[in-house]
Ligand binder design. Structure first.
Ligand code: LMR
Length: 334
């Protein structure tokens, strides 16, 4: 009797151990934008591919729209291992102490996505991701959103139209200086709070790629949007380094494959998504969209490019020069 009880116990134990061994590895992927944005869609694509390629060994749970954490908190959560994966905008690494990342925030530094790609796919992109390692973070790749535009309740045609306006920005010293260069008042605020701040007049306006503006319904509380395309907003997909290094090597390789596919997808859809969002904003009739003339855009450029030199001390002359070299940007030839 005793022996058979023991055998049953052993058998049950073995069964539960086997069940435990089959539990999927869960990756919590948190982000702050809507699910139907370039980042939101790419995160879902990664989740799907990760499940397929690992044959269910990994389950990626995507939490959109700041449902788990807001901007600053999500970085802390990743470092503590409360979430395993994020895709914060590149502006969000400065506050972490990796100031070189603010090179991506410099206004007009990338003339187009090809110029940007030369940096993210090249040595500078790699070196920047490597700087995250001492923070317990592994960088897996760069995902686009797109170029930012200014919005307000009053028309924007010249830099002077932003004078005295309270503009919401991400927590970046470069973006702060950018708003000051226009005579505006920078207001740092979490992304999830922007809609309400615009609605209640806590801030007058903001800057964002149109996909973010539209999916957060900011166009319902902003009467004017000018397609200034004055700066880039993209993401680095990052994981908790300890978690990543602790994965079985075969699983990690499958996830790297999934990430490569998701990255390709992200960078294919971002421009299309932003173009679609711009059309949707126009169609809504709630915001007047203005596309500046070449001369008007040049006036913004002239007002904002001096920010590069002004922020050299913060961002680092070396990284700025390296980006100029990759992209062919010449600050003196405007
Ligand atoms: C913002 O805070 O404006 C952006 O970083 C949001 C995002 O993740 O695109």
């Amino acid at each position: 009797m005793k022996v058979s009880k023991l055998l049953i116990g052993l058998f049950a134990g073995a069964l539960s151990l086997a069940a435990y061994a089959q539990q999927p590895i869960v990756i919590k992927f948190s982000h702050v934008v809507a699910a139907d944005t370039p980042k939101g869609k790419a995160a879902e694509m990664f989740a799907k591919k990760a499940g397929e390629l690992t044959k269910g060994k990994v389950k990626v749970e995507v939490y959109a729209n700041s449902t788990l954490y807001k901007d600053k908190e999500e970085m802390e959560a990743l470092q503590l291992g409360a979430v395993q994966m994020l895709a914060p905008s590149l502006a969000k690494f400065g506050p972490l102490g990796v100031k070189d990342f603010e090179v991506f925030d410099l206004p007009f530094i990338f003339s187009d996505l090809d110029a940007l790609r030369k940096v993210t796919n090249g040595a500078v992109g790699k070196q920047l991701l490597a700087k995250l390692e001492p923070k317990g973070i592994r960088g897996l790749g760069y995902w686009d959103n797109g170029f930012k535009s200014f919005s307000l309740n009053t028309p924007i045609k010249t830099p002077a139209d932003l004078k005295g306006k309270k503009l919401r920005i991400q927590s970046s010293k470069v973006l702060e200086e950018q708003v000051r260069a226009l005579g505006g008042l920078p207001q740092v605020m979490a992304f999830s709070e922007v809609y309400q701040a615009l609605q209640t007049g806590v801030v007058d306006g903001t800057e964002n790629p149109i996909s973010n503006l539209y999916t957060q319904k900011m166009h319902e509380v902003q009467k004017h949007l000018t397609v200034t395309d004055h700066g880039y907003l993209g993401y680095a997909v990052i994981v908790n380094k300890k978690f990543w290094d602790g994965l079985p090597a075969d699983v990690r390789a499958q996830l790297e494959d999934a990430m490569e596919q998701a990255t390709r997808y992200a960078n294919q859809i971002a421009k299309v998504e932003n173009d679609g969002a711009l059309e949707a904003v126009k169609k809504s009739g709630k915001t007047t969209v203005y596309v500046p003339t070449k001369e008007e855009r040049l006036a913004f450029k002239k007002a904002l490019v001096p920010v590069h030199q002004k922020m050299e001390g913060r961002v680092g002359k070396e990284v700025i020069q390296a980006v100029y070299k990759d992209t062919g940007f010449k600050p003196d030839s405007l």
